[in-house]
Design a protein around this ligand. Sequence first.
Ligand code: NAP
Length: 318
Amino acid sequence: MTQLTLPRLGFIGAGRVSRCLAPAFARAGYPVTAIASRTLDSARTVASQLENCQAYADPQQVVDTVDLVFLTPPDDQIVPSVNALQFGPSESSPNTTRAWAIVHCSGASPVSLLDSARAQGAATGGFHPLYLFGGSVEDIERIAGCSVTLEAQGTLKKTLIALTAALGCHPLFIPPGKRMLYHAAAHYASSFALCGLAEGTRLWQTLGFSQADALRALLPMLAGTLETARDRGLAQALAGPVSRGDTGIMQAQLDLLEQCGGDHAALYGLLSRRAVDLARERPTPPVALDEIAQMVETSLERSLLQARDISPIKASRQ
Ligand SMILES: NC(=O)c1ccc[n+]([C@@H]2O[C@H](COP(=O)([O-])OP(=O)(O)OC[C@H]3O[C@@H](n4cnc5c(N)ncnc54)[C@H](OP(=O)(O)O)[C@@H]3O)[C@@H](O)[C@H]2O)c1
């Protein structure tokens, strides 16, 4: 492959990530020519949405027919999958060229999981889109503007940067060996934001709201908060009693959540600690911030112990 020739792309694993990346690369003009999965049906579903893309029962046929392989099974299937693949010249047909590179899309797993391919001469790398894939066609539009964390060297690095740009995304690089912390931290912008909403809706359900009603009210609030954070930064977007130094409200809410049982007060207290940190970053922090910080710590001394004893599920079902 030269830099002027777009690489033929293939996927092994026809799940949520490849249902977005395969058509998104194809729309950007890259030839996505082969896909395999655990089941042929899943591979056919993705291939049928692309022009000139072949679904294969055997993942090796993807390696045998493309330049760059995206390995996209669940993380615990990366090693068994790559270990079963042959790179380099084929013994039966030595003139056949196999894929020269393979990447996985995991944020947490090291690129060294692909070492068996590397040992056979393939370039290996990581291509982790910072996006929560739901598996629907909307993902193909929504992924533009996201970041993709890349790990690769030489030609593969250049190729992955070009592929990232083709998606309308930004390349991101992290120091080697730091993927686990990077990935853990990214949960706060994806699944843990959902967990925050889940906690809010669960507490509202005790007031008689359905989850759907609660979400209808809370989702626009979250969307507005994100817009403000983007425009003004985290500290300036902070709202609520910590941001105002409202000691009376804060004490009442900590007390009430302790009465709810489970780990409701512990979760509220730990997040309030972070809110205090953010409020301190404001040009003029609220006067009562130290008092609120002390309240939070006093509540946490009790609520962290309480959280060990009763699960929140039990507490809310009581
Ligand atoms: N979902 C996200 O938001 C997200 C975001 C960034 C990165 N990632 C990473 O992307 C990778 C794929 O995640 P995903 O969410 O797309 O997973 P997924 O939706 O669970 O899909 C995984 C697919 O892999 C197939 N598969 C399972 N075992 C296989 C094997 N041994 N060989 C070949 N195919 C196999 C499954 O097969 P069948 O359908 O054929 O049964 C399924 O279609 C993971 O490394 C994940 O960490 C995910």
